[in-house]
Ligand binder design. Structure first.
Ligand SMILES: [Zn+2]
Ligand SMILES: [Zn+2]
Ligand SMILES: [Zn+2]
Length: 148
């Protein structure tokens, strides 16, 4: 399954090569699909897989994968960039994030719900919207439970 996915991604590398290190980083993202990984976390996971990739290489690899539109860079305001996979076949719409201010866990909102807002804004401001970026900040159910 993961091998097939990486095969699909290989032709997106264009003039770059899918080196073993780049392949390993992609594998880590495919194995941790529900997570939003920082460079340090990718580094730690690569160590766990027995790989010997320096942190600087991880940073460069993440930047390249972002440039190739394989990864999406996210900023949740905690001072570190995080990344997640962009689906190769764009059958899934992008999703939005709920960020818990207490435990810093990140939840995904699969519904978009913003089409209507976009068309209102487009009409009112005569602005062609191509994308949006939205985060919800608050407290998750677990954290609210423990407050009681
Ligand atoms: Zn929480
Ligand atoms: Zn996400
Ligand atoms: Zn959206």
């Amino acid at each position: 399954m993961i091998k097939n996915k990486i095969g699909e991604m290989e032709n997106l590398f264009k003039e770059y090569r899918l080196t073993p290190k780049r392949k390993l980083v992609l594998e880590i993202f495919l194995e941790n699909k529900e997570r939003h990984l920082s460079a340090r976390e990718v580094f730690r996971l690569s160590r766990e897989k027995g790989a010997d990739i320096g942190l600087a290489t991880i940073y460069r690899t993440l930047e390249l994968l972002e440039e190739l539109a394989l990864l999406h860079k996210l900023n949740f305001g905690d001072g570190r960039s995080r990344y997640e996979l962009i689906p190769v076949n764009d059958e899934e719409h992008h999703h939005h994030h709920l960020i818990c201010l207490k435990c810093t866990r990140i939840f995904e909102v699969k519904d978009d719900l913003l089409q209507q807002l976009e068309s209102v804004v487009e009409n009112k401001y005569n602005f062609k919207i191509v994308n949006h970026n939205l985060q919800f900040l608050g407290y998750c159910s677990k954290c609210r439970q423990s407050e009681k």
